[in-house]
Design a protein around this ligand. Sequence first.
Ligand SMILES: [Zn+2]
Length: 98
Amino acid sequence: MAPSLADSTERLTDHEYDVHGDALRCPYCDRPFPSERTRTFHVGVRHGESCTEAEREAYEAERDDEEYELFTFHLKAAVSVFLIYFLFVFLYALVWAG
Ligand SMILES: [Zn+2]
């Protein structure tokens, strides 16, 4: 019988934990995380009261990065909308003039 998708996903997840060991588990509640970044966020949000100074600083640095990325995304979106608007106005003027 062919292994189901759920089985192979479980095995892949087990493998990931084996490789990284305790490195990507929350030190407070032992919850596993797929990346260092998600764990840092989790520790900052869920264990903000009891985490160490270094963990808090890491969380705040990650959060600042996130805000900066969001700001950059909004800026790009706004510039794109403006350029598309300008393009349509230009095309309209061109068609109307011709
Ligand atoms: Zn935790």
